[in-house]
Ligand binder design. Structure first.
Ligand code: HEC
Length: 140
């Protein structure tokens, strides 16, 4: 590869590789999660009407958000702070396991492509439980 081409391709990669502020990045991913859940929660509770297309759009967004949460990149040594519990840096594998479970449950809910409220509740319930479970251990 010629050098200018290499430099150009490295410049393209840099923004995704360098996490200038991991605290801001993980908090903005979490905020987006919160917004998506504010749309899905009332539907699951029967307070808003079930619409398959709306639900699928939200599940797709939730899945994309979940898969973008890279524990190694977002919780590096030295990024202690925000509302992230100190326990994270004593047990990064524990956080990773909780995150993997969440990713799997959200991916499964999206893959289930629920077409009615009952199917949506079955698919969504396990995914939603991860929020509180992880926060209890890893969020101050
Ligand atoms: C694997 C662990 C984990 C899972 C699963 C998880 N969170 Fe979080 N969440 C955290 C951590 C850690 C923080 C604190 C981040 C910080 O402040 O640095 C946080 C913070 C938040 C915040 C506050 C963000 C801010 O700073 O304003 C919201 C809102 C939130 N989470 C929503 C959710 C929702 C909704 C779900 C489920 C759909 C969820 N989270 C799933 C670990 C998790």
């Amino acid at each position: 590869m010629r050098l200018p081409a290499l430099a150009a391709s490295l410049a393209c990669l840099t923004p995704t590789l360098v996490h200038a502020n991991p605290i801001d990045e993980r908090q903005s991913l979490m905020k987006e999660r919160g917004q998506i859940m504010r749309a899905l929660g009332p539907i699951a509770q029967g307070r808003e009407p079930f619409d398959a297309a709306t639900v699928m759009d939200a599940l797709e967004a939730l899945n994309r958000n979940a898969q973008a949460h890279d524990v190694a990149a977002l919780y590096p040594a030295g990024s202690e702070g925000g509302d992230a519990a100190a326990a994270i840096w004593q047990d990064l594998d524990g956080l990773r396991a909780a995150d993997d479970k969440y990713k799997d449950d959200v991916a499964a809910a999206f893959a289930a492509a629920p077409q009615d409220l009952d199917a949506f509740r079955v698919a969504f319930g396990p995914a939603a439980q991860n929020c509180g479970a992880c926060h209890e251990l890893y969020r101050d």
